[in-house]
Ligand binder design. Structure first.
Ligand SMILES: *Cc1c(COP(=O)(O)O)cnc(C)c1O
Length: 432
């Protein structure tokens, strides 16, 4: 479909014109004062708990459990121990000398690719698995799209000794076969979801159905900062470790705070984890990079903050890719981990307040960034993380000489089939 036929032009921030400048300032002040989420699980107008009656009790029990345990000193000590001794934290902060030289900037990478199972997802998975055990859960259910959250959940469940069932769309199971095998090796049962779109969206629905059908003893381990309250809050709290470590490491290595921090945004968990400890630092610019796919037209990307408008998906009111009739749009991205039509509600708030700038990087820019990061720094980044690199590079071009902190959310080994068809085929042709 060409742009002129597009019935829903890109909106993004333009869809939030109902919020006055005064309201934006009030929301920002409330946010840095720690007022969100409020009692209703809202981040200003966003978030909340828009779920059917049958799902309310399960969410309320989880909310009570989060209140009881998350800040409990014993629970925190147990979590810290697992992060240190099992998950490989703290992850390194790497100065990137060649990228710095090429971009005319000072570039640092927060290396979540070095965390156990290859990405930041383990921070959330082990935290929720430990919480589930404290809550007396007998089994865990999880959803997965590309399989990264499924692998992290399966590993965390093996570690804490709870059986794990992972729901995965039938189409995704075919596309991500190695991760299906990995989950099974780690002891998880993988259930193929043939309903709905047979991808991540249907897998979330199916995992929720299981959770509600087995209210006693089942814990739902959600993989990103999305969904109904308290999930966006719970996942943020478990991912804050990224930003807290990075802030301290950056001050030690650079002797100052960064001028800008950059992360990729799918559901938004690695980004909110990196961003949150810097939100109250006015000198630090914050940049979130969504998947621009093959273009900004309808169905060509997965960038709800850049081109969507508010709506409800999976229990939360947030920016969303949907048409005038409320139909969720198809999404497209070369990176499976960013390929989701919605985004966590705290990011919608950050967009509305203007504190964070959200932009999109397209598939080609991400591939270029993979190549550059590999050859310059000896690091193969995940395709998701490559979007952050591409966005940071663009920012550096208009802000010379600045200090840039990039969240490198994961490693790219999982992307080898895609890279083989694209970058590697190109390299082979150049070398022959
Ligand atoms: C899943 C994933 C993402 C996207 O998820 P967020 O919740 O937006 O962080 C980003 N990078 C990697 C490496 C992932 O595996």
């Amino acid at each position: 479909m060409n742009a002129s036929m597009d019935p829903t032009p890109a909106l993004g921030a333009a869809s939030l014109t109902g919020i006055s400048a005064q309201q934006r300032q009030a929301l920002y002040a409330a946010h840095i004062a720690g007022k969100f989420p409020d009692e209703l699980g809202r981040y200003g107008p966003f978030g909340g708990r828009y779920v059917p009656e049958t799902l309310i009790p399960a969410h309320e029990r989880l909310e009570a459990g989060v209140k009881r345990w998350l800040r409990d000193p014993e629970f925190q000590a147990e979590l810290q121990r697992e992060l240190l001794q099992w998950a490989g934290r703290p992850t390194a902060l790497s100065h990137a000398p060649k990228l710095s030289q090429r971009w005319g900037a000072e570039v640092w990478l927060k290396r979540e690719d070095l965390a156990h199972t290859g990405a930041h997802k383990i921070n959330n998975a082990i935290g929720q698995a430990l919480l589930a055990r404290r809550l007396g859960a007998k089994r865990i259910v999880a959803e997965t799209g590309a399989g990264q959250h499924g692998v992290a959940s399966a590993a965390a469940c093996a570690r804490v000794g709870l059986p794990c069932t992972v729901y995965m769309g039938a189409i995704d199971m075919e596309r991500q076969a190695p991760n299906v095998g990995r989950m099974r090796l780690l002891g998880a049962k993988v259930v193929s979801v043939t309903s709905g779109d047979q991808t991540l969206r249907a897998a979330i629905d199916e995992a929720m159905r299981d959770w509600v059908a087995n209210p006693d003893g089942t814990y739902y381990l959600l993989g990103s900062a999305v969904g109904a309250h308290p999930y966006p809050y719970l996942v943020r709290e478990l991912q804050l470790v990224i930003g807290r470590e990075a802030r301290t490491q950056f001050q030690q290595q650079a002797g100052a705070l960064p001028d800008v921090i950059v992360a990729c945004v799918g559901g938004g968990s690695n980004a909110i984890g990196l961003f949150h400890p810097f939100i109250g630092d006015p000198s630090v610019a914050i940049l979130g990079i969504e998947a621009g796919g093959i273009g900004m037209g309808l169905g060509e990307n997965a960038a709800p903050l850049s081109s969507g408008r508010p709506g409800v998906l999976h229990g939360s009111y947030s920016m969303l890719l949907h048409d005038n009739d409320g139909q969720i749009q198809e999404t497209q991205s070369i990176s499976a981990g960013l390929d989701y039509p919605g985004v966590g509600p705290e990011h919608s708030l950050l967009l509305a307040t203007g504190r964070v700038t959200y932009e999109a990087a397209n598939d080609d820019e991400a591939l270029d960034a993979v190549r550059e990061c590999c050859s310059c720094e000896g690091i193969l980044p995940a395709l998701e993380s490559a979007h952050a690199l591409a966005g940071a590079r663009r920012w550096a071009a208009t802000h010379p000489g600045k200090k840039i902190l990039i969240g490198l959310s994961g490693r790219g080994d999982k992307d080898m089939p895609t890279l083989q068809r694209t970058l590697i085929a190109q390299l082979a042709a150049e070398q022959s």
